[in-house]
Design a protein around this ligand. Sequence first.
Ligand SMILES: [Zn+2]
Length: 109
Amino acid sequence: MIRKKRTEITIETDRLVIISNSSSLNKHCLACGAEEATMLTIDEAAAMADASPAAVRLWIKANRLHFVEPIQGTILICFNSLDASLPELRASASEAGRRLLSPPSTEGI
Ligand SMILES: [Zn+2]
């Protein structure tokens, strides 16, 4: 008689994002009027939103995030706009992930 042994492994993860002041800046945000808005790099904003830098760039293009471009090619994102939109952005990011993971639709075939 063969006895099978089953082992279940549960992994819980937590994510803590610490942003040092070395790369973050406080700048005036014209969009929300904050004089000293904390500005984040695209990578920092992506880490906070648990999304990819590409998704953050799409949100910027969709005018969902405030940003400044102090130096050509360098984009800094207003933390206020990210914080206000975070639940919605996370939902859209996970929805996009589900669409990528779900099998192609067979409707209309
Ligand atoms: Zn702002």
